[in-house]
Write a protein that binds this ligand. Structure first.
Ligand SMILES: [Zn+2]
Ligand SMILES: [Zn+2]
Length: 133
């Protein structure tokens, strides 16, 4: 049986945790991000389990729509210069507390996301081990 790997992330700008302990997605603390579309504002909660694309949000977003994502603490936009190789939308980046970064696509319905490792900490060695990288 495959073990789930959950990651803790923080804002790349203010370094505050983006983990929401009291909002669970798949029984794990979620990653909380403020989102904005062309017509609405809301909150997005992402699963922190790597490889799991489940998410919850409190506003309606159509598939294919690109959302702006903001840190709930410093309100800075989390998107980076790079764009998604699948659909061309801006990528959004979070820092992994154990080292490295997660990048996800800002377009709803696009499941492109990957993890960039900067240094291998204990937690990530475990990740390598469990996933056989
Ligand atoms: Zn921040
Ligand atoms: Zn994409």
């Amino acid at each position: 049986m495959e073990k789930e790997v959950s990651i803790s992330v923080k804002c790349p700008i203010c370094s505050k945790s983006l983990m929401e302990e009291c909002k669970l997605v798949h029984n794990r603390p979620s990653v909380k991000i403020n989102i904005e579309t062309t017509h609405d504002r809301g909150v997005l909660w992402l699963s922190c389990v790597y490889g799991d694309c489940s998410k919850e949000m409190d506003i309606e977003i159509a598939d294919g729509e690109v959302v702006d994502m903001y840190c709930p603490h410093c309100n800075k936009e989390l998107s980076i210069e790079e764009t998604c190789t699948e659909c061309g939308a801006p990528l959004v980046s979070f820092v992994i507390k154990a080292g490295g970064a997660v990048r996800i696509c800002s377009r709803k319905g696009c499941h492109n996301h990957h993890i960039i490792f900067k240094e291998i900490g204990t937690e990530l060695s475990k990740f390598y081990f469990e996933y056989g990288f």
